[in-house]
Design a protein around this ligand. Structure first.
Ligand SMILES: *Cc1c(COP(=O)(O)O)cnc(C)c1O
Length: 456
């Protein structure tokens, strides 16, 4: 049943020509038939473009910088390959991720190892490969120094991770006293260790706290150099926001959003949603960060790091993956409910991870109907998973589709490469994990595609 009159809340994804090209090519129904289940498609050229504009933003500000792709945001091999080819490194947090980075062409010295309480085997591997290690705690530093002293392979390259002063409840990083102790221990470790600087990763997407912290850490670098340490790098972690929708759609959505627009009257706290629109996103956010003035300073962040001879390191995940892929489900069944439909698709919310953070992936999925002869209108429907869990909904929201969805139609969730695809994936119910299809060139009449890896 179509709803009339009035406007149904919508959150249209920002237009992306490459994605449109794929949607219009006829490839997706063929792939859905071939795989017999949900799949993701990846657009690695978008990753290249995102990386390039970030590197350009650093260059435009005259800042010496280096970008590491935060690997946890997507497990595909192709993004690591593109990072290596594009002169970027990779941020890893496990031996498996380190192996993937090295195995797909990233040089050891272009890897940064983050994550809390890294075990001795990961630390040993990192030292062996000359990777930079963001040390999160004093005991971890001690383990690392022991490894570097006994291994005698090469010095351990270290950043000291700082507990953000405005996020004192974070379980990551070291406080002021710990940082002072860590710095002293680095001095004592002598040639076994190269203390290259400091790092942080803030939750949230606000720019000013990042600016302020860089300002403080630049001072810390200068002090550490007086102690004889190298201290010439600051990593600002990730958290560059991206926009999935335009400002006006996002603000009207937030104003209109109400439990009546959700299956089973489900409620979400607005504050738990990702900010699906940011006035400054991606490279614009980076440029703005570089131009901002840290608290208590007269200079811009760019000038401060230049004057201090500091290289600025970035670890973006989501921002490098903006428009770098989408997720395709097939509708397996349709039920009529009071005033809306309940669709069941052939996959689970483990392949669209936002549900696992008290939240929902809000950009409107696109309906690719098999048959376009039906009447146009607004047909609200929620999207459930093919599992026996009541709560396994891919979209609780009643999305207003422009046609009545039918079994066999495809639903394409846009812009899912950052975190949505695989961070929570599991073969629940023995359902296969959705394959990843790489589309290298979208501008051909028939897009060329291949699997991300030959052996999963
Ligand atoms: C997750 C993470 C990132 C990436 O964050 P994004 O928000 O995807 O940019 C970077 N650095 C560290 C240490 C992380 O844990």
């Amino acid at each position: 049943m179509a709803v009339s009159p009035g406007r149904w809340p919508a959150l249209p994804a920002l237009a992306d020509p490459a994605t449109e090209q794929v949607l219009g090519s006829g490839l997706l129904p063929e792939l859905a038939y071939a795989f017999g289940g949900p799949f993701h498609f990846l657009l690695p050229d978008a990753f290249d473009a995102n990386l390039r504009v970030m590197q350009d933003a650093l260059a435009a500000a005259g800042v010496d910088g280096f970008v590491y792709f935060a690997k946890k945001a997507n497990k595909a091999a192709v993004f690591v390959e593109r990072a290596a080819a594009g002169g970027a490194g990779v941020d890893v947090a496990s031996a498996g991720e380190l192996r993937e980075a090295l195995g797909h062409g990233v040089r050891g010295e272009h890897v940064v190892v983050t994550g809390p309480a890294k075990d001795a085997s990961l630390l040993r591997l990192a030292v062996q490969h000359g990777a930079l290690i963001a040390v999160d705690a004093l005991d971890e530093l001690d383990t690392l120094i022991t490894i570097a002293l006994t291994g005698r392979v090469r010095p351990a390259r270290v950043l000291l991770r700082c507990l953000p002063p405005d996020q004192l409840h974070s379980r990551f990083g070291m406080n002021e006293n710990e940082l002072a102790t860590a710095t002293d221990r680095c001095v004592q470790a002598g040639d076994a260790l190269r203390m290259e600087g400091f790092s942080f990763h803030l939750s949230g997407y606000a720019l000013q706290p990042r600016t302020d912290l860089v300002g403080r850490l630049a001072e810390r670098c200068l002090k550490a150099r007086v102690q004889g340490l190298e201290a010439s790098r600051i990593s600002i972690g990730g958290g560059l926001p991206i926009s999935y929708t335009d400002a006006s759609s996002w603000h009207s959505f937030l104003a209109e959003h109400h439990s009546r627009y959700y299956h089973a009257g489900k409620t979400f706290r607005t504050g738990d949603f990702y900010p699906y629109h940011s006035p400054k996103a991606g490279p614009v956010a980076l440029a703005s960060l570089l131009a901002a003035t840290p608290e208590g300073s007269q200079q811009s962040l760019a000038e401060i790091v230049k004057d201090a001879g500091v290289e600025l390191l970035l670890e973006p995940g989501r921002a490098l993956l903006d428009q770098a892929g989408a997720t395709v489900f097939s509708i397996q069944g349709v039920k009529d409910r009071d005033g809306y439909q309940l669709l069941t698709v052939d996959g689970t919310s483990l392949s669209l991870s936002e549900q696992w953070f008290n939240s929902e992936y809000l950009p409107d999925p696109r309906l690719l109907p098999q048959d376009t002869t039906g009447p146009a209108g607004t047909y609200p429907a929620s999207v459930g998973a093919a599992t026996c869990l009541e709560s396994d909904m891919i979209t609780w929201r009643k999305v207003g589709f422009p046609r009545r969805p039918r079994t066999g139609d495809l639903l394409v969730y846009p812009n899912t490469a950052g975190y949505q695809m695989d961070s929570n994936e599991s073969p629940f119910h023995d359902l296969p994990l959705p394959p990843k299809v790489v589309i290298d060139q979208t501008d051909l009449p028939r897009p060329r595609w291949r699997l991300d890896r030959h052996f999963a």
